[in-house]
Design a protein around this ligand. Structure first.
Ligand code: SF4
Length: 402
């Protein structure tokens, strides 16, 4: 039902816009912005036998054909999420060092997976929530950027922009629908509609199209006048899971211990989806990071934390085994290959992209200065950070008088 609703809603907005333009009332039409995240681009690349860059261009062609005004990649939001997570980790580490055992700063748990965040809110409430990073996920940072920066830059109000994101799972729809990302005053969401890779495949099929048939249209870069030549997709160090463990580890090693080239060698613990890496000096553990993907590993981690047996400083927690490349709404394997083989293929594609460091993104540095007023401002907190809410257990929440 959710799938059908989001497709219908999106098509309705596109149709409505076309009609208003035909009637000469284009000033009443919403500005339609589509943001593409990397994991569904790779999923569709494999599905339609295209390169990742070609896939992004064809997606831009398809959404433009439907009536989108702008089609963007999400690297700027990914970089903001990474930089804010790195900074938050260093601050929490220092706070924990000052606060001793009383501090609830560490371990910092990743926040970019709504499947995990919802589970923590429902099942473990205030015991776990203080440990989850307050940094918004890339989807929601993109929501802030589109509705509160881009709209203003283009002379629009946030509610006159319709923002669609292309994502790897249905949980991203739940994330977009959280109250924290709804502007009561303007009655608008930061992300209005989430379309998944599998839904996009269905939409194309229902119209009798193949993505490969679409025109290739360059992605838009409306952020600054100095547009980089030839926009191509890039990747970050680490896997394509959507997690940040590698870059936070490297940043923390340098920032906290002056180690610019730490060894980043993961050791599998229970299974390949539960791995850890350490930075040691003279036999002392300075940093201990883990990656816990999939609910079995998450449950083990939470139990460890509850028993006070977790020594981790940071844990990249993702609900799907192998993270977002294996998201629940990525396109299914086509050629008889197993989901595991498909994930390996997607990971290889991710690793084939040019590597990029978030600190090197000049646009992000420019936006910190011009839009957010620095990296510690109130606006920075409002636009790039969020809160979590314990969901009371049913028995308490209902509190029924029989
Ligand atoms: Fe969605 Fe899975 Fe990624 Fe979590 S790990 S954000 S549930 S695709």
């Amino acid at each position: 039902l959710i799938t059908q609703q989001s497709q219908e809603q999106m098509i309705h907005v596109f149709e409505e816009k076309k009609q208003l333009v035909q009637d000469g009332k284009s000033d009443m039409a919403k500005l339609i912005v589509v943001s593409l995240s990397i994991q569904p681009i790779l999923s569709l690349a494999v599905r339609y036998n295209l390169s990742p860059d070609e896939t992004a261009l064809k997606l831009a062609g398809y959404f433009r054909m439907l009536g989108a005004d702008l089609v963007l990649d999400m690297m700027v939001a990914d970089d903001f999420a990474l930089l804010e997570s790195q900074r938050e980790f260093v601050e929490r580490y220092r706070a924990a060092a000052e606060g001793g055992n009383k501090s609830k700063s560490l371990p910092m748990l990743a926040s970019s997976c709504p499947g995990w965040v919802c589970y923590a809110e429902k099942s473990h409430g205030n015991l776990i929530l203080p440990y989850i990073s307050t940094t918004k996920s890339p989807q929601q940072i993109m929501g802030s950027l589109v509705k509160y920066h881009l709209a203003h830059q283009l002379g629009k109000t946030p509610d006159s922009v319709y923002h669609v994101t292309l994502m790897p799972c249905y949980d991203k729809k739940l994330e977009a629908s959280r109250e924290d990302f709804f502007n009561q005053q303007l009655q608008t969401r930061d992300v209005d509609c989430v379309i998944t890779a599998i839904e996009l495949e269905q939409l194309l099929q229902s119209d009798g199209h193949s993505l490969a048939m679409m025109d290739s249209v360059p992605l838009d870069f409306p952020w600054s006048k100095t547009q980089p030549s030839g926009l191509t997709l890039v990747s970050h160090q680490g896997s394509g899971s959507g997690g940040y463990a590698d870059l936070i580890f490297l940043h923390a090693a340098k920032e906290l211990f002056g180690n610019s080239h730490p060894e980043l060698q993961y050791k599998s613990l229970r299974n390949p989806d539960f791995r850890e890496v350490m930075l040691e000096e003279n036999g002392k553990v300075l940093l201990q990071f883990a990656i816990a993907n999939g609910f079995r590993n998450i449950q083990n981690l939470v139990q460890k934390m509850k028993r006070g047996k977790s020594n981790y400083h940071y844990v990249e927690v993702m609900a799907c085994p192998s993270g977002c490349l294996n998201g629940g709404a990525q396109v299914r394997p086509q050629d008889g290959s197993s989901p595991r083989e498909l994930t390996v293929k997607l990971e290889t594609l991710y690793q084939s992209l040019q590597k990029h460091m978030p600190e090197e993104n000049h646009l992000v540095q420019e936006l910190y200065n011009t839009w957010l007023g620095g990296s510690h401002s109130d606006k920075c907190s409002a636009m790039l950070h969020t809160k979590y809410h314990a969901v009371e257990k049913m028995t308490t929440a209902l509190n029924i008088k029989w």
